[in-house]
Design a protein around this ligand. Structure first.
Ligand code: RIB
Ligand code: CA
Length: 317
């Protein structure tokens, strides 16, 4: 039985690739896409999501909702790694429009419509999830599993040395969500760099597939590939699609562990830092684990399963 799923996203490049997993994987039953302030201009993110749904041949089948246009308490901070998020080219204008209901409300409504039977995949800053939590404090008991792309597992960040982008942009939301009692699994930037960074040969293999979706992927991926080259990362990084794929293909997970995770919200030097502690007892007291952190995956399996999705025959309307 496919898993009912909400994807909360700051739609740009790797987010769109995660949406393809939700839209096309046989184990994914994508019920909603909610947009959160993050990577690029908010309305561009909305358009990027609608374009992705359309390019996957699902236009009109999965509702897209606008959520928070700013973090909870801090100014928006744009990512520099994705261009406009759609490959800096023009795509056919989708027929589908975004819904009028707010994204946080959509999360609450779906959680109450399918209590204990729907997962939430959060691949942007956690602002919408925090807002939904403030609207319904029982959300953690209604969302079956919360999967988060965010944080670093005791390694250097991609925005500051301390912080990964999603936790850096809205650290208050991240801390609120991580302390709320969700059944939480976290895929980190650390794991992404180690096992979800595709090199030129892998990317050229995808491009040479010659399918409409491999072309869509290659165009959207190009700005990230170029940005990464400028910061010494060979190829393109795929944190969001890795998180989505692990949710629907848990057999790809090789090692994970329970951790106590807390996010820094006070210090400007370490804003968004994610403490990920494998020990419960510390001088400061006992901290019970509040998340499962993925530590190792089947790297080749992820790559080949994603390529299989790109072979999907798309019936465009
Ligand atoms: O740090 C990686 C995260 O921020 C991903 O969600 C990616 O979309 C980037 O914006
Ligand atoms: Ca993202």
């Amino acid at each position: 039985m496919a898993r009912k799923l909400i994807i909360d996203t700051d739609t740009a490049a790797d987010d769109s690739f995660a949406l393809l997993v939700g839209l096309l994987h046989p184990e994914a039953d994508l019920r909603a896409v909610t947009i959160v302030a993050g990577n690029v201009d908010f309305e561009q993110q909305v358009r990027n999501a609608l374009i992705t749904v359309d390019q996957a041949g699902r236009s009109g089948e999965v509702p897209v909702f606008r959520g928070a246009t700013d973090p909870l308490v801090r100014p928006w901070y744009e990512a520099k790694a994705h261009g406009d998020g759609k490959g800096n080219v023009e795509w056919p204008t989708p027929m589908q429009q975004a819904e009028s209901v707010h994204g946080a409300q959509a999360i609450v409504d779906l959680a109450n419509a399918y209590p204990g039977d729907i997962d939430l995949l959060a691949i942007g800053p956690l602002t919408n999830v925090a807002l939904a939590l403030a609207m319904d404090r029982d959300l953690p008991s209604k969302i079956r599993e919360l999967w988060i792309m965010g944080g670093c597992d005791n390694s250097e960040g991609n925005v500051t040395a301390a912080a990964e982008y999603n936790f850096f942009v809205d650290p208050e939301a991240a801390q609120m969500v991580l302390s709320a009692g969700f059944a939480t699994t976290i895929v980190t930037w650390t794991l992404t760099l180690a096992q979800a960074t595709w090199d030129d040969q892998q990317l050229d293999t995808i491009r040479n597939m010659g399918t409409p979706l491999s072309e869509f992927f290659s165009i959207l991926d190009a700005p990230n590939r170029e940005f990464n080259g400028s910061v010494g990362v060979p190829g393109s990084t795929h944190p969001d699609s890795l998180t989505a794929m692990l949710l629907v293909e848990p057999g790809l997970i090789r090692r994970s562990s329970p951790r106590y995770v807390e996010v820094e919200t006070h210090s400007e030097l370490t804003r968004g830092y994610s403490l990920m502690d494998s020990r419960e007892g510390r001088p400061s007291g006992v901290h019970m684990p509040n998340a499962t952190v993925i530590e190792e995956v089947d790297e080749q399996g992820f790559y080949t399963k994603f390529m299989t999705l790109l072979e999907t025959t798309v019936k465009r309307r």
